[in-house]
Each structure stands twice: as C-alpha cells, then as structure tokens.
Design a protein around this ligand. Structure first.
Ligand SMILES: [Zn+2]
Length: 261
C-alpha cells in the first residue's frame, strides 16, 4: 500500500498508465530485486546474522540449471535467484529467500518455506523442469490414453500420419490424471511422453482441436528448447511457431480452446 508522504494516509494509485518498459528489457519480476534485497536484510538481522551484511546484492540470474545461490564475497552477501523465479508468485520468491538466508546462517531449511517451494516445483510443466535439468521426482503415472470419450492413441496416429510421416510412433501419449485448465498439455522429454489435460476428454471436443493439441506437443519433441542470447529459454521459438501455424485449422482450434478455458 502506498502511504502519502505527508502522513495523509493511503491514496489511490495514480490514474496514469505505468511507463512502458524499454524494449528488450526483461519482464518485470513479481518480486523486484530491491524488494528481495530488503527481505534478505530483514531475514539476516532477524536471525542475528553477524557476518558482513552491510552490502547485500540480489539478482535474477540465468543459471543453466534450476538453482539459487547465496555466498559471501569481499564482505558482500550475494544472492542469485534463477531467472525463472521472476515469474513465480511472490510467496515462492520469499520462500526461496528464507531458504537461502537459513543456509547462509547454517540453519536447517525452514519447513514452511520448503513446502511452498516444493509445491511450486511440482506445479511446473514437465518440459519446463526438464529444460532446467531438473529430474522430475513426481510419482510415475501410468499412461492413460483412453478416456471416457476420447482415445488419444487414435489422435496421435492420425496426427503422426498427417504431419510427421509416422516418425512419432515411439512417443507415448496419455491423458493427465486431473482436468487441468491451466496446463492443457505438455511434452516430457525424459519419458518421451505427451500429456493432454483430461479437460479434453469430453464428447464435444472436435477432432481438429484434439489433433491440434497433440500436434503442438509433438512439435516439442522435434524443436529443442532454445537458449536465447539473453540466457532465457524459449520453448516456442520462431521456428516452432511457424510450424505450429501450418496446422490447417490453427486459429479455429486456438479459439475453441480459449472458450473452453
Ligand atoms: Zn508448447
């Protein structure tokens, strides 16, 4: 909440749009670096840290693997959060800061913060975890390609024949255990498996929509996750998007899915 400088109490946010970010600039973090820095300082003083904490640096960093680090160098506490946390919900970022502060103070990992962070990790799509070099330790779920209304094996066969010349026969396919609306599909490279949300197992799901979903996920098997010049990972590269748009009823399928959500 903003407090007016003269002690006049809260005042409404200014009625002007936020200034546009310069192009090419990283997207705004849910917890900006200065806020993360203040939190680390608070955590350290709270825990009676008597190391050199006059200078604290926090930055989001494009580590190749999913990791977050804290170290002390030349009297400075340097915290680096993996770039992916920019887009994580604020409580997740604060949880990671608590974990790093505890590590710096050589304390046990704070249980609540660990729970929050682990829950966040399990919410990430398989292909995202995979690209971060993180082994997915979630329980192995058996393939369930046949739903109540739809048979994904048939969908995959159709799509494979039409677009991939049968090259995708080894890719496994399954409905996800839950009817996720946010995460509609994913490709798990480690298991070479496409997962389609059970939300698509309904009698009125048109073939072209199911085909599009499976086509999109199969494209992930072909197009690797690309590392951009700024270190970010791109799941949907320009080449990927071009290939995706070659799907004959692309716009229609996307519109149907948008309505379903
Ligand atoms: Zn995708």
């Amino acid at each position: 909440m903003r407090i007016a400088p003269g002690g006049g109490g809260p005042y409404p946010p200014p009625d002007v749009p936020a200034p546009a970010r310069p192009s090419g600039c990283a997207s705004a973090a849910s917890v900006p670096e200065r806020e993360a820095k203040a939190e680390i300082q608070r955590l350290l003083s709270e825990s009676g840290w008597n190391g050199p904490a006059r200078e604290v640096e926090v930055e989001y960093y494009p580590y190749a693997t999913l990791r977050h680090t804290v170290r002390v160098r030349n009297g400075r506490v340097i915290v680096r959060l993996h770039d992916s946390l920019r887009k994580a919900p604020a409580p997740v970022v604060f949880a990671m800061l608590a974990i790093l502060a505890a590590r710096l103070c050589r304390r046990r990992d704070p249980a609540r913060a660990m729970r929050i962070y682990k829950k966040y990790l399990t919410s990430l799509p398989d292909d995202v975890l995979d690209s971060y070099g993180k082994t997915d330790r979630r329980r192995e779920v058996e393939d369930q390609p046949v739903g109540r209304w739809q048979d994904l094996r048939k969908v995959k066969e159709r799509v494979d024949a039409a677009f991939f010349g049968g090259a995708m026969s080894a890719v496994r396919i399954s409905f996800s255990p839950a009817s996720a609306r946010r995460r509609l599909g994913s490709y798990d490279r480690a298991r070479n498996r496409v997962l389609i949300s059970r939300a698509f197992d309904r009698p009125d799901a048109p073939d072209y929509v199911l085909d599009y979903m499976v086509y999109h996920e199969l494209l992930h098997a072909i197009y690797p996750v690309r590392r951009e010049a700024d270190g970010r990972r791109s799941f949907h590269s320009r080449e990927f998007r071009e290939a995706e748009r070659r799907f004959p009823r692309y716009r229609e399928a996307v519109a149907w899915i948008r309505r379903m959500r």
